[in-house]
Design a protein around this ligand. Structure first.
Ligand code: PAF
Length: 285
């Protein structure tokens, strides 16, 4: 695996790769876990060449968020990617991505609003901006993101569609199902913030979400099911619930009832130092 931190060598290596097949990009912020490695394996199955980026993007962290504390474990990450047969690790520094005078932001309305967009103002502008830059830097044919960040995936696809991106085209941006621990907790770099006790309590998140989804599918009114979910999470050890909502899976429009279209239950809740997010399908998907 080659590791590159400068744009010119990145472009010539990727240009050479493209002569012998398609290039897939897996953007990450490092602190890799099995969820990321599943993205890499999916990319590997779909393309001849796999590029992974590791960049902890300051633009997507708000004031008081965990930018400085965000787990960084580069040596371990490199060894994991090497073992997966990744061809190229793109690891720019902050000055390469945001040189002095950098003044542009990409803002995607609609799908960015509400959910994490409400509790993390500016977050999705930071995500859309950096992902657009990573796409333009690497120029992949395909890109892979985790479905755990469902709203993020919608923001990125909308950005790529609206800006007529060609490398990759918006319909070559793929979501990969969430990878879960044995007790159902979605894998996340932020799970590292949990104490052993909080980690055990955190398993109530996917469990109570499944119960709420089953209740809605069985005909329970959505507002009541979401109230019950909120109460169950707080009773289960979560300090607060940022949101628990049923949304249209594609447009992210709020839903008060299942409407015969794919729907998604999305939750963000805080426990200890961690803010955990998760989402699952509800009804026919
Ligand atoms: O999901 C992430 O790890 C980040 O938000 C991403 C997509 C790499 C952009 O920084």
């Amino acid at each position: 695996m080659q590791t590159i931190g400068e744009l010119d060598p990145l472009r010539s290596v990727v240009a050479r790769m493209r002569e012998s097949g398609r290039v897939a990009l897996v953007p990450t912020m490092g602190a890799l876990h099995e969820g990321h490695l599943t993205l890499v394996r999916t990319a590997r199955a779909a393309a001849e060449h796999v590029v992974v980026s590791i960049f902890v993007n300051p633009l997507q962290f708000g004031a008081g968020e965990d930018l400085d504390a965000y787990p960084r474990q580069i040596e371990r990450d490199c060894a994991l990617l090497e073992a997966e047969g990744v061809d190229l690790l793109w690891m720019p520094d902050v000055e390469t991505v945001y040189p002095a005078g950098f003044a542009t932001r990409i803002s995607v309305s609609g799908v960015s609003e509400g959910l994490c967009g409400k509790s993390r103002p500016g977050h999705f502008d930071g995500v859309a901006t950096v992902v657009c830059k990573l796409f333009n830097q690497v120029g992949p044919d395909l890109a892979f993101f985790g479905e755990k960040d469902w709203q993020q995936l919608a923001v990125i696809r909308t950005m790529a569609r609206d800006l007529d991106l060609r490398q990759p085209r918006f319909d070559r941006i793929f979501g990969v199902p969430t990878v879960r621990e044995a007790d159902g907790l979605a894998m996340s770099s932020r799970n590292a913030y949990l104490t052993a006790g909080q980690r055990a309590q955190a398993a109530s998140l996917p469990r109570e979400m499944r119960a709420a989804a089953a209740a809605i599918e069985a005909g329970k009114a959505v507002p009541g099911a979401l109230d019950d979910l909120h109460g169950a999470l707080v009773a289960g050890g979560f300090a607060s619930v940022d949101y628990a909502e049923l949304r249209d899976a594609e447009t992210l429009a709020p839903l008060d009832a299942l409407a015969g279209r794919p729907a998604r239950l999305l939750v963000a809740a805080r426990i200890g130092r961690a803010r955990l997010i998760d989402n699952i399908a509800v009804g026919p998907n």
